[in-house]
Design a protein. Sequence first.
Lengths: 477, 272
Amino acid sequence: MATDITQSVPDQNIPENEAIGEINKYDFVTPTTDVFKAERGINEEIVAQISEMKGEPGWMRDFRLEAYRIFESKPMPKWGGAINIDFQDIYYYLKPTSEQGKTWDDVPQEIKDTFDKLGIPEAEKKYLAGVKAQFESEVVYGSLQEDLGNKGVIFTDTDTAVKEHPELLREYFGKIIPSTDNKFAALNSAVWSGGSFIYVPPGVKIDFPLQAYFRINAEQMGQFERTLIIVDEGAEVHYVEGCTAPMYTTESLHSAVVEVMVKKNGRCRYTTIQNWANNIYNLVTKRAMAYENALMEWVDGNLGSQLTMKYPAVYMMEPGARGEILSIAFSSKGQHQDAGAKVVHCAPNTKSRIISKSISKNGGRSSYRGLCKVEDNATDCKSNVVCDALILDSDSRSDTYPYIEVEEQDVQIEHEASVSRIGEEQLFYLMSRGLTEAEASSMIVSGFIEPLIKELPMEYAVEMNRLIELQMEGSVG
Amino acid sequence: MSETLKITDLHVAVEGKPILRGVNLTINRGETHALMGPNGSGKSTLGNAIMGHPNYEVTGGKIELNGEDVLEMDATERSRAGIFMAFQRPMAIPGVKMADFLRHATTNVRNPERKEGEELIPMRQFRKELKDKMEQLKMDVEFARRYVNDGFSGGEMKRAEILQLAMLRPKFAILDETDSGLDVDAVKLASQSIAEIGGAEMGILIITHHDKLLDQNVPDFTHVMLGGKLVETGGVELAQELYTEGYERIRAAYPEAAAAEEEMAETEALAH
């Protein structure tokens, strides 16, 4: 029951180089001294080699090899955008330093330089103890605030967690998103590296966001981080990740898997801001399971990339569970954001809310793809979906594909969709107050996404506004 | 030398339909002009054309600000040159706070050479000024945190426009029915405010149906628009006459303009 409300024909006759300058602020490559780089391409041998290089236990090696076989057998997704990836032309594993940095001083200078260019030290100062940063495939720097450790909170990279917390990993890893879920989840399961592992014990509430920065830095280097968050009964956590990738000439693949488990009365908010270079495929599987009276919130901002396919999901497994997904997509020339959300009501008296906002400009294409599913006997459920699209010019395009599958009568489902173009009247009003046309457009756009921005921690809100401003520069005229 | 906004034989069309058919008007800085006329006679069109709305096509004539060609400027440049219009129905900009919007607007108008991305006026200075002006206009400071015109009542919108006028301090201001939708007290407050924020230093064109706004802002001249032309100009007594007596005498005295007005009304009716 997909509804296509295509607003204009796809991009045609648009000068080739128009979008190139837009994110060149991030167009820098820091030379790295690689300690180990797996061969280009993928086969059983390379998968086994990755596991060996990481010194993993046998169960994880077997998990990877099985996932690789599933990856081989799975077809490419049939929805979303065109994916043109040569899986044999990608490096799947790269370890930039021989050891994880223990303190900021241990982090290699060239990596610090890259962080400097991204303005990370400011955040580092503020959240010194809580920050984990990922450079290419391995976490190079991370330190955990002492009192978190005292409360029994585990916040580490997933590779370390495999070695140090095998009991938790074996119980939850790959259980929320099995390798069989889709081709890219299988690929990630076979070659994953890095990502965050968080465990919050019962009743522990962490009152500041835990953060991680992710970066891709080697040409044709895939990044396959794997994140697992377990929020135990009555516990609370807010996890934040932001990504800013530099620009490359050849295609690059980012394919992450994020699994979240929120137990009874727990709360988890997962905030992502991603700004990928134009040549990157960003194909991510994110899923959370929320149990009795638990709340899971995804806040998801997607900028850049050649194609993003990402639909954060919440499965409401027991009565009283709630899922909220707030997503924003910004697409410009040569970019296709196929983003949305999935909510699955598996139990009675569960509630979900989806707010999706997309902005398309300069020939960009944004699609909202959402699923609302209510299982049989999941009575008294409520779901509210609002998706708003803002189209900045006639070369750009927006589509909405809402899928609703309901097996139970006693439910309340609302779906609202709106598509608007930047109004001439709004522009004129702001211009009549001395704003330039570009400044006026930018202000209208930032107002449009304000409901999402105000959900972000301060520094991310600033970063997001700055990214939007960069994206908007020269967008008019 | 006194500063002047000079309109000469202005013709304006909207969607190809002629609305203004030769308007002549000169406003000197420091003067207050009232513009009256029946609905649909072209009053708001004149305001929008002066402000540079892209849908109002100037098909003939001139608009000059101190001898400079205003028609060459876009709305941004006109605003920065010192022209302001308080809109009858200002647009809502959801998600944009009044304070942020006003800070951008104030910076740009005071620093016409400013390029995008250059410094805004310092926050501390701006806040103080905004707070002072809001107190003067008896507005709750909470107002500054609301989204521009989003969910505003009619009265709130008009007061927000006056607040902008106060902050931007233009050389020339067009007030398009700033009194409509306001109750008697609100009109009184609005008109006092306009007088207080230095109306005397501006050249003001007040578009109105009522005489209340004119109590505190006594017009030096009253113009009557009919069928897209200014047919008569007088003093404050003309405004009072039109308010109490209506436009019968005017229509009778200017049959040609009255015929044009009727024609415009018919075209309008057909279009809807």
